[in-house]
Design a protein around this ligand. Structure first.
Ligand SMILES: Nc1ncnc2c1ncn2[C@@H]1O[C@H](COP(=O)(O)OP(=O)(O)O)[C@@H](O)[C@H]1O
Ligand SMILES: [Mg+2]
Length: 267
């Protein structure tokens, strides 16, 4: 047996938890949007979030990203307060709308967070990959100089993902990022996102209203219920990675989607 080391290594060891919530609640005036949410998101994991409309999925991501405060309970992100984590660029957000600056090229949009950091004179983390390499990673090699209006919806969303990765976030918060895309584009981006996740080791929290998408991507599916927003169940998806589209035709996959559909009906 090893003897217990008296040297505290916690400062050098990466925090094993990307986000930790303990009895966290969110209120908008007298309305309770999220109640008593207790959850640990392990670092490097891929969680997908499902639940009926209005159950608090977006609110949960906004809570973690320091956009709205906790009314009660505790919340830490990478062992820090949400404000500290935001200032340290520990996380990045990708929304349904890519929200690119229309007068800047794809590359210039990806470079924007770095420029903003430099302008403010703050030390921000920078990805090991250059903005050009990140565009390559999301499959946009050769389109660096295209303006947003010259790109398809799926391509714009890929630029948004590359931009989110430029400050080397440890946690990627994605709110229905592919919700507005056609099915084939969505499949393609799902595969690409899994590859990026495996390559970067980033922790991903991904909101979707598509049950197959939630099962295809996630190691775990968080099912939220409404009125008030609560965690209903965490469903482990024991399907091996790398996952291919054809996994969706397997019985095991269908078992998960059927189970989640049943669960969703009672939320
Ligand atoms: N800024 C706000 N002010 C008041 N109510 C809000 C606000 N944001 C969200 N809500 C309410 O909180 C609940 C959860 O919203 P949201 O997290 O957006 O749901 P969804 O699961 O569809 O993403 C909804 O009932 C919504 O109307
Ligand atoms: Mg939402």
């Amino acid at each position: 047996m090893h003897t217990v080391s008296h040297i505290d290594q916690s400062a050098t060891r990466p925090t094993p938890v990307a986000a930790s919530l303990k009895d966290a609640s969110v209120k908008f005036g007298t309305f309770t949007a999220i109640e008593y949410l207790t959850l640990d998101i392990e670092r490097g994991s891929f969680y997908t979030i499902l639940g009926p409309s209005g159950c608090g999925k977006s609110t949960l991501l906004r809570l973690i990203s320091d956009l709205i405060p906790c009314a009660s309970g505790d919340l830490t992100v990478l062992g820090k307060t949400t404000e500290e984590a935001r200032l340290a660029r520990e996380f990045a957000f990708v929304f349904q709308d890519a929200a690119l600056l229309p007068w800047r090229t794809a590359l210039q949009n990806v470079e924007l967070p770095l420029e903003m950091g430099r302008k403010r004179g703050v030390n921000i983390p920078v990805s090991d990959k250059t903005p050009t390499e990140l565009l390559d990673l999301v499959g946009l090699k050769g389109r660096e100089n295209a303006l947003p209006h010259e790109l398809s919806g799926g391509m714009r969303q890929r630029v948004a993902i590359a931009r989110a990765l430029v400050c080397k976030p440890k946690l990627l918060l994605m709110d229905e990022p592919f919700g507005a895309l056609d099915e084939i584009t969505r499949d393609h981006l799902n595969l690409q996102l899994l590859r990026i996740w495996e390559e970067t080791g980033v922790t991903i929290l991904f909101v979707t209203h598509s049950i197959p998408e939630a099962v295809f991507l996630g190691q775990k599916v968080l099912m939220l219920q409404a009125h008030p927003g609560r965690l209903r169940e965490v469903v482990d998806i024991d399907l091996p990675y790398p996952r291919e589209i054809k996994i969706r035709d397997t019985q095991e996959f269908t078992k998960y989607t059927a189970r989640l559909r049943e669960l969703l009906e009672t939320c």
